[in-house]
Design a protein around this ligand. Structure first.
Ligand code: UFG
Length: 331
């Protein structure tokens, strides 16, 4: 049987594809290469270049596909505010068309890349899956809409279609295996750790700290950083759950993926200084619009339902993997 990874030329998708290959699965990657990289597609995976909705019938209609990991998405929070159409079409319309194709071709399993951004500003911490979902940006709103859509397709399928939405917290680190290293290579980089490492590489003069007046221990935002290899492992466990046992919640399980530990922006910068040996100049800047102060996951459900346990819980270790990757890149 074959598993399809959409967005498999991107950061998370390529690592998921690699983990599937390592587990002996046949993998087809679907990616339009708009933000992904052809050379990030792991060796051994077949690449179909195209828009997910446009090529879904061709890929799924060939038969033999018994699951999809759907990572392809628009994922820039700032861009989503100025170009909402790109996000409603690229994330919601495309995924609904994918869901229709999954139904047409009787593909029984879907694992969807959802996000902590579906919760918005949390009322309490750590965040459980039962927390209110009030996204503070268009990106999070589109991912939440897809979560809802998937739930309705699963509920209406009479058990023929089951799905897991994985709500990623802050994905970090890189995969180092037998093939080329796989890590963050965004043309427009907005994420903290790669930006800080660009300072250490001499590509930026300093890192801007978005606010030091948050109600946290050191005044900077707190996030839950999860290693991309742990994240990918959760996708494989989700596929196992969908293949076998009873899927709770009407056949659509929503699971947070985080370590359950928060680190502040200052703690991340300190870790990067320790790992790189670079002084990494930092300057306090205004808060970034739409940023919640603290985002930390309760990962109890992923542990209980998927049997998932993150193994990379040490921030310096996560940063060290990201650093090893960043140093190899020229782009
Ligand atoms: N930050 C800075 N300076 C920077 C970049 C980031 O201080 O130059 C801070 C942010 O304010 C935030 C923290 O570092 O407090 C992490 O920011 P990231 O941009 O790395 O990630 P986010 O927390 O914004 O990630 C969120 C959600 C994810 C979602 C992602 C989409 O937590 O679930 O946005 O990009 F997927």
């Amino acid at each position: 049987m074959t598993l399809v990874v959409t967005g498999g030329a991107g950061y998370v998708g390529s690592v998921c594809a690699q983990h599937l290959l390592d587990a002996g699965q046949d993998v087809v990657v679907v990616d339009d290469l708009s933000t992904g990289h052809r050379d990030a597609v792991p060796e051994g995976a077949r690449l179909v270049v195209g828009d997910v909705a446009e090529v879904a019938d061709e890929v799924l209609g060939a038969g033999g596909v018994d699951g999809v990991i759907h990572c392809a998405a628009r994922s820039l929070v700032g861009e989503s505010a100025v170009e909402p159409a790109k996000y409603w079409h690229g994330n919601v319309v495309t995924t609904v068309r994918l869901l229709d194709a999954l139904r047409r071709h009787r593909v029984p399993r879907l694992v969807f890349s959802s996000t902590a951004a579906t919760y918005g500003e949390p009322e309490s911490s750590p965040i459980t899956e039962d927390a209110p979902t009030r996204p503070t940006n268009t990106y999070g709103a589109t991912k939440l809409a897809v979560d809802h859509a998937i739930g309705t397709y699963a509920a209406a399928s009479d058990g023929e279609f089951r799905a897991v939405s994985l709500r990623y917290f802050n994905v970090a680190g890189a995969h180092a295996g037998t093939g080329p290293a796989l890590g963050e290579r965004h043309t427009v980089e907005t994420h903290l750790i790669p930006l800080v490492l660009q300072v250490a590489l001499g590509r930026r003069d300093e890192i801007a700290i978005f606010g030091d007046d948050w109600p946290t221990a050191d005044g900077t935002c707190v996030r839950d950083y999860i290693h991309v290899d742990d994240l990918a492992e959760a996708h494989l466990l989700a596929l196992d759950l969908l293949a076998g046992g009873e899927v709770p919640d009407g056949g659509h399980l929503v699971c947070n993926l985080g370590n359950g530990t928060g680190f502040s922006v200052l703690e991340v910068i300190e870790a990067c200084r320790r790992v790189t040996g670079h002084p990494i100049p930092a300057r306090v800047a205004p808060r970034r619009t739409g940023d919640p102060g603290v985002l930390v996951a309760s990962a109890a459900r992923a542990r209980d339902e998927l049997g998932w346990k993150p193994t990379h819980t040490d921030l310096d270790g996560i940063v060290a993997d990201a650093w090893a990757f960043a140093r190899t890149r020229v782009d």
